[in-house]
Write a protein that binds this ligand. Structure first.
Ligand SMILES: Nc1ncnc2c1ncn2[C@@H]1O[C@H](COP(=O)(O)OP(=O)(O)OP(=O)(O)O)[C@@H](O)[C@H]1O
Ligand SMILES: [Mg+2]
Length: 261
C-alpha cells in the first residue's frame, strides 16, 4: 500500500478475544477493502458472531487491534464508539424486525432515535430506501408477519441503511431461507453495495451464496483466519480442512461466478 492510498475499511491485527479461560479469537489478521463484499465463513461456534461484535465495538478485544477506516477503536470510550458505530448498518439473522410495529415504524426507528426530522421527511426517506430495494408504498402499513421471508430481509436492510452507513454487516443473512429466497437475498446484498457504495461484511456458512457474492472469502477456523482471498483461490486452498469445509457443502467450485466488480 502506498502512503497516499486510503486505509482499508476494516483491519484486524493480532486480534484476540477470551471469555474467562476460553479463547474464542486467537490472533485474527483480517483486511476488508472498501467497496467489496467480504464473506467470513466458518463452522458453528467458530467465533464469527463474536468477531462481528468486536468489529462494531460491542465487545472489547482482549488484545490486538480493530481499525475502522484506519482508526484503532479499542481505546475509544463508549461515547466515541457511538460515532464509529454510526458507520455500520447491521442486518441481523431472521431480520429481527419488531413484530408489533408496522414496516414504516420499523424502518423509521433509527431516524427517530438519532435525528429530529419531521414525520413527513421520515416517511419520504423510508419510502425512498424501500423503493430502491424493490418494495413499494403498500408495505408501509403492514406488519412483519404479513411479509414473505425475502421481503422481511429487504425491510431489515432498509432499516440498516437509514443512517447512510459505510459498512453493512450481515450475520447469516440466508440461514433458514429456501434456495430461491436465498438467491434474492444474495442479489439484494450485491445491489446494496452497488446502489449505496457500501462495504459488505457477511457471515455465512452457506457456500453457494458465499461463492455467488464474495470478492473476498475469509475462513475462520479455531479462532484464526487461516485463509483469505478470492473465492476461486480459497476453494483451492492448500489446507485440507478448508477444502473439506467447502467441499462438504456440495458447492461446485469449478464454476464460481462471483459478483460484478
Ligand atoms: N459473552 C460470551 N461469554 C462467554 N462465551 C461466549 C460469549 N460470546 C460467545 N461466547 C462463546 O464463543 C464461542 C463462539 O461463539 P460465536 O457465537 O461467536 O460463534 P459463531 O461462529 O457465530 O457460531 P454460530 O455459527 O453457531 O452462529 C462459543 O463457544 C460461545 O459460547
Ligand atoms: Mg453466530
Amino acid at each position: 500500500m502506498t502512503e497516499t492510498e486510503a486505509p482499508p475499511a476494516i483491519r484486524c491485527v493480532a486480534l484476540t478475544k477470551r471469555f474467562g479461560q476460553h479463547t474464542v479469537l486467537d490472533g485474527i489478521d483480517l483486511v476488508c477493502h472498501a467497496g467489496e463484499t467480504n464473506v467470513i465463513i466458518g463452522g458453528s461456534g467458530a467465533g464469527k458472531t463474536t468477531l462481528l461484535r468486536l468489529l462494531i465495538g460491542l465487545e472489547k478485544p482482549t488484545s490486538g487491534r480493530v481499525e475502522i477506516d484506519g482508526e484503532d477503536i479499542a481505546p475509544l470510550s463508549e461515547f466515541e464508539l457511538n460515532r464509529v458505530r454510526r458507520k455500520f448498518g447491521m442486518v441481523f439473522q431472521y431480520a429481527a424486525l419488531l413484530d408489533s410495529l408496522t414496516i414504516l415504524d420499523n424502518v423509521a426507528f433509527p431516524l427517530r432515535e438519532h435525528t429530529r426530522e419531521s414525520e413527513k421527511k421520515i416517511r419520504a426517506k423510508v419510502l425512498d430506501k424501500l423503493e430502491k430495494l424493490g418494495l413499494n408504498e403498500r408495505v408501509l402499513d403492514l406488519y412483519p408477519a404479513e411479509l414473505s421471508g425475502g421481503m422481511r430481509k429487504r425491510v431489515g436492510l432498509a432499516r440498516a441503511l437509514m443512517l447512510d452507513p459505510k459498512i453493512i454487516v450481515y450475520d447469516e443473512p440466508t440461514s433458514g431461507l429456501d434456495p430461491i429466497t436465498t438467491r434474492t437475498v444474495d442479489e439484494m446484498i450485491e445491489q446494496a453495495r452497488k446502489l449505496f457504495g457500501v462495504t459488505n461484511v457477511v457471515i455465512s456458512h452457506d457456500m453457494t451464496s458465499t461463492f455467488r457474492i464474495a470478492h473476498r472469502v475469509h475462513v475462520l477456523v479455531k479462532g484464526k483466519i487461516v485463509e483469505s482471498g478470492a473465492p476461486h483461490d480459497v476453494a483451492k486452498s492448500a489446507r485440507a480442512d478448508v477444502r473439506e469445509f467447502i467441499e462438504a457443502s456440495g458447492v461446485d467450485t469449478a464454476n464460481i461466478s462471483g459478483p460484478d466488480r
